[in-house]
Design a protein. Structure first.
Length: 104
């Protein structure tokens, strides 16, 4: 992971986590060392959340996957959480995402 992260144009998607664990007996704390590794290697500016849906349904729900990453990120600054849960994907894929709601 660190060798890949040394390339500044490489991003990492946080996806497929729970299907690589014991499908019936995983816990969020089991993923901390792996999440620590990728956050240390890539930083919050090159990580993207990915649900791995529908494959994740083999080991849990979409909500559980999102909560797993959200719980890990809960102590990090809001800007980092926003990057991982969308901002980095917008940048990487060149997406133009507009805020919903009334026009200013």
């Amino acid at each position: 992971m660190r060798a890949m992260a040394a390339n500044p144009n490489v991003f990492c998607k946080l996806s497929g986590l729970i299907t690589e664990a014991d499908w019936g007996g995983w816990s969020a704390s089991q993923f901390t060392p792996y999440l620590d590794l990728v956050f240390d290697a890539f930083g919050a500016d090159r990580l993207m959340f990915g649900s791995d849906w529908p494959v994740c349904l083999l080991a849990g729900t979409y909500r559980q996957v999102k909560e797993l990453v959200g719980q890990y990120l809960s102590a990090r600054p809001a800007a980092e959480r926003e990057n991982v849960f969308g901002g980095n994907a917008e940048r990487f894929y060149g997406l133009k995402v507009h805020a919903h709601g009334p026009a200013a």
